[in-house]
Design a protein around this ligand. Structure first.
Ligand SMILES: [Mg+2]
Length: 476
């Protein structure tokens, strides 16, 4: 295939030459375990964060998947499907080491590589169109290089004109896939998929598309941008149109610079009641949580400010190692800062009766499609649950029909466990070991992951029904 003509014709606008490569390791955690422990190879293996009666499988081997075992399933349910399932606990340091090795292999072919998660990366070969005659050959060499170092690890590689379609390519063939998507064959590939097979299209988006008469990915691709705007309510529709028609949306989007904020102005009467001020903080957090769930993002920075009548401010910025979406978590970080300040300065409360404004702003967004979950099934399930709750709310078009427990009251247990932090924070230290400055700890002993349980007693607050918010969307 010769796409160089396309490349030059479109060098300013849309590039249709398939020069973006997406790599997705297959059944990553389980395969890493099988790599390290040859006795597990060829067997149904489930990886657990801890071994216990309520454990959930966070990764299943290729063999286990054949029995219908999926990520997030309870061990008991797994045993019903596959009684001989072998379980093992996670070894994060090992997975990170292999991640770095695989990234180095990719970078030996292309210097424009972005890790998207612990087991996925995208490589932009646009500057290499004269260097490599055939990217499928490069893909085969990459697979061979990985196999030489880790003989049991397999990956699916997609090659396409943009990173989204390249990722779609990895979904089409698993395990050990190699799929090239071009303008000539794209409809043939999309015809094999359902709407929800597209990364980023879950049931809520599927419903939106069906409502405007789009039933399949092929129909979606051939719909006008205007129609897709109708389905997604704005510029997001344009993004989808571009994704499916070879434009790049996902690699160069400026999601990092966006800010979302929610502000509440208080009457004198309201600010005299501390309880009410605190419950407003919750409602601001919940508002931002909704925005993040809807836009499919997590944030890594939270800014909180209290403005007083004399125009002074109390403010704090919280930078997070693990991206956050949950309102209760957000509030607990804010509360922590407030308590810290109140204790150290011997101040009774920052929520004085001179309060006029409360503002929370969040930024440093991470897309949930590239968000890798910490090795922590609770958090992963919570994220899925939160999405489901909002989908139900959307479905009934009635915001108050479903409320999470945390929206009603908030005594809770915050668990902390081993996370990966961001793959961007990974690197090798002087001894050649993988280090991540956000890691709470290094590899734990099998069967004994450390869990820090922080219990907090929090005041019970009533849900706030109607509020006026000033939401600012920078960009989009
Ligand atoms: Mg994978």
């Amino acid at each position: 295939m010769n796409h160089k003509g396309d490349y030059f014709r479109n060098s300013i606008g849309i590039k249709t030459a398939p020069l973006v490569m997406y790599l997705d390791m297959n059944s990553y955690f389980a395969s890493c375990e099988q790599q390290r422990h040859p006795e597990l190879r060829g067997k149904a293996v489930g990886v657990l964060t801890y071994d216990g009666p309520n454990a959930a499988v966070i990764a299943a081997s290729i063999e286990a998947k054949k029995f219908g075992i999926k990520t997030g399933m309870r061990l008991g349910d797994c045993r019903l499907l596959c009684p001989h399932l072998i379980t093992t606990v996670t070894h994060p340091a090992w997975y990170r080491q292999i991640h770095v090795d695989v990234m180095n292999i990719l970078r030996s072919y292309c210097d424009d590589v972005i890790p998207k998660s612990i087991d996925e990366a995208v490589a932009n070969f646009h500057s290499y169109y004269l260097v490599y005659k055939d990217l499928t050959e490069v893909a085969r060499q990459i697979k061979a290089d990985i196999a030489r170092k880790y003989d049991y690890l397999k990956c699916s590689i997609g090659i396409a004109p943009n990173s989204f379609l390249a990722k779609v390519g990895t979904e089409l063939q698993k395990p050990d896939g190699l799929v090239v998507i071009t303008p000539e064959n794209i409809d043939e590939h999309l015809a094999k998929m359902k709407l929800t097979d597209l990364p980023g299209i879950a049931s809520a988006n599927e419903r939106r598309l069906r409502m405007i008469g789009i039933q399949t990915p092929v129909e979606m691709r051939h719909s006008s941008a205007a129609l897709l705007r109708k389905a997604f309510g704005g510029v997001v529709g344009d993004y989808w149109h571009r994704r499916l028609n070879f434009g790049e949306v996902d690699m160069y989007s400026k999601t990092e610079n966006r800010t979302m904020s929610a502000t509440r102005t208080m009457s004198r009467q309201q600010s005299s009641d501390r309880q009410q001020l605190e419950s407003m903080v919750i409602s601001l957090c919940t508002r931002l949580e909704q925005r993040m769930v809807k836009s499919g993002t997590f944030c890594r920075e939270v800014y909180f400010s209290i403005k007083y009548r004399d125009n002074t401010r109390w403010e704090t910025t919280i930078k997070l190692a693990d991206p956050l979406q949950d309102a209760v978590e957000m509030r607990s970080y804010i509360n922590e800062r407030i308590r810290e300040f109140e204790r150290s300065r011997n101040v009774a409360t920052v929520f004085t009766d001179k309060t006029t404004n409360l503002t929370i702003a969040i930024q440093s967004f991470v897309k949930d499609t590239v968000m890798q979950y910490s090795l922590f099934d609770n958090r992963m399930k919570k994220d899925v649950l939160r999405k489901v709750v909002y989908q139900i709310k959307d479905h009934y078009d009635q915001k108050n029909i479903v409320r999470k427990g945390s929206e009603m009251f908030s005594p809770y247990v915050m668990k902390d466990a081993i996370g990966f932090g961001s793959v961007r924070d990974m690197g090798l230290n002087k001894d050649g070991q993988v280090k991540n400055k956000h890691m709470l700890e290094e590899d734990e002993q099998p069967g004994q992951p450390r869990q820090v349980v922080i219990k907090r007693k929090e005041p019970v607050v009533q849900p706030v029904e109607e509020e006026i918010f000033n939401d600012i969307w920078d960009g989009e």
